[in-house]
Write a protein that binds this ligand. Structure first.
Ligand SMILES: O=c1[nH]c(=O)c2nc[nH]c2[nH]1
Length: 470
């Protein structure tokens, strides 16, 4: 088990990069910096970004920044290589790692009862949890996911293991155990609201013990959804949130017709789900609302006024049950925070690139059905959702999400050209990325990576300056 403060040591810092750096400044502004010189200090923070820097000026900048040029490590990025911010997964069920994509033909509530609860039950065994969670977190890092908001199972002990593993492997994470004391099989349900609250407080204490400053891993309250929580449990979670301004909250929200109908039956006194969760004190700037497909007009302004963020999970919402299309363009237009979620295992892929591409498909369908009134997402908007948008949803955009001096260096080093293969077969693309041609611009190479690249192109994953993928 991890002990206090086991964030992996900063290896190989300080370090600098010279070459192409691409990031979002906001949902509408993509910045492509060529000849960019970027220094990461020995705390893993971005010390300097110098745009449009001729190579001949690098030594001067190194000296100005307090380092000795001859021994200062500068990594020169070649043509086809670039840095982007790490991906943020705003919605992921870690105990569903081994059931991804299973049971697609069922409605949400049937899928939970027929496939998911039985699978999650296995996490009553902490040894199984350790094995599965170690594989799950490692796979996310391999895909370039530097921050994830995780749902655990209902088990306190297994969820502590998940937090330990995130810290051991160095991934930035929010970790919560599902609260659920009704409307699931009796073999996968907590004994009482009191029991659920006690286990939640115990988990919060554990996470804050292993990472006292919340540098990498933070606890998150996780009422699975209102269907599985009685009023006593929701009130108790609201009390924890009221007494703990630093705590994050995540839940599923307006996600499917059968879910919404059952919620209305269980809570007839509330106008809608926003009203319900707000009544129990669970909506605020640290709340992540997964899915958010069918919001009434009044609900959209409600969650906006509360500062909640939305985890858009386009893979699960278009493959599980019916095809559902969240109005992402409308949320962005209103300035609501939106990021992408893989929704493992309703979602079949743990890759944020896959989630982004599916977001394009869904938004294209909305454009077609609305006869152009609801325009599809642009490439730069999808990239924003995958990076800075996700960081905003998780409330960590002051620390990560793009390349700004003083932020932590959560970054992916992307390579798209394999020079050796180029010699061999005259086609130097790495993996299955669309071949890079001699006259391709940086913009074209970036688009080819976003639309056809995969983890083979993500050759380094830096979290807080430490390189975690070798
Ligand atoms: O996509 C989903 N996955 C889940 O595990 C779940 N539980 C409630 N609602 C849910 N939606």
């Amino acid at each position: 088990m991890a002990s206090e403060q086991t964030v992996p040591p900063m290896r190989g810092l300080p370090i600098a990069f010279y070459g192409t750096v691409i990031h979002s400044l906001d949902a509408n502004t993509l910045e492509i910096l060529q000849e960019c010189f970027l220094i990461v200090d020995d705390n893993g923070k971005i010390q300097k970004i110098a745009k449009d820097t001729p190579r001949s000026k690098i030594n001067d900048l190194v000296v100005e920044s307090g380092y000795t040029p001859d021994v200062f490590p500068v990594k020169y990025l070649s043509r086809g290589d670039f840095l982007i911010p790490g991906f943020v997964d705003t919605h992921h069920h870690a105990p569903q790692w081994a059931q991804r994509g299973m049971g697609r033909d069922q409605t949400l509530l049937d899928w939970l009862n027929n496939v998911t609860f039985a699978h999650e039950r296995k996490f009553e065994d902490p040894a199984y949890a350790r094995r599965m969670y170690a594989a799950c977190v490692a796979a996310g890092i391999r895909q370039g996911v530097t921050t994830t908001a995780y749902y655990g199972s209902l088990h306190g002990e297994a969820t502590k293991v998940l937090a330990d593993i995130c810290l051991e492997q160095g991934q930035r994470a929010f970790v919560g155990k599902c609260n659920m004391n009704r409307n699931s099989p009796d073999w996968y349900r907590e004994a009482s609201a009191q029991d659920s609250l006690k286990q939640t407080e115990d988990l919060i204490a554990h996470v804050r013990k292993i990472d006292a400053e919340g540098k990498r891993v933070k606890p998150v309250l996780t009422p699975r959804f209102a269907i599985t929580c009685d009023e006593e449990l929701l009130s108790g979670l609201g009390r924890i949130a009221a007494n703990d301004p630093d705590i994050h909250i995540q839940t599923h929200f307006n996600e499917a017709q059968d879910e919404m109908q059952f919620t209305r039956q269980l809570f007839p006194k509330f106008k809608h789900e926003a009203d319900l969760y707000d009544h129990f004190g669970l909506l605020g700037p640290k709340t992540i609302l997964a899915h958010s497909i069918f919001l009434e007009e009044d609900e959209i302004s409600h969650i906006k006024s509360k500062g909640c963020g939305i985890a858009h999970c386009p893979i699960s919402t278009s493959t599980l049950g019916e095809f559902m299309m969240a109005p992402i363009r409308e949320y962005l237009r209103r300035g609501i925070k939106v990021g992408l979620g893989t929704d493992v295992g309703g979602g079949f892929s743990c890759s944020i690139l896959d989630a982004m591409r599916q977001a394009f498909i869904i938004s294209k369908a909305r454009e077609t059905f609305s006869k152009g009134a609801d325009p599809a997402l642009k490439l730069h908007e999808g990239f924003f959702l995958a990076t800075l948008g996700g960081a905003q949803v998780c409330g960590i955009d002051e620390r990560v999400g793009n390349f700004v001096e003083g932020k932590e260096f959560d970054a992916l080093e992307i390579h798209t050209i394999d020079a050796e293969r180029n010699n061999e077969i005259g086609c130097g693309s790495l993996g299955i990325v669309t071949p890079i041609e001699d006259d391709d611009s940086v913009e074209t190479i970036f688009e080819k990576f976003l639309m056809t690249g995969d983890d083979r192109n993500i050759v380094k994953v830096y979290i807080g300056g430490s390189s975690l993928k070798r």
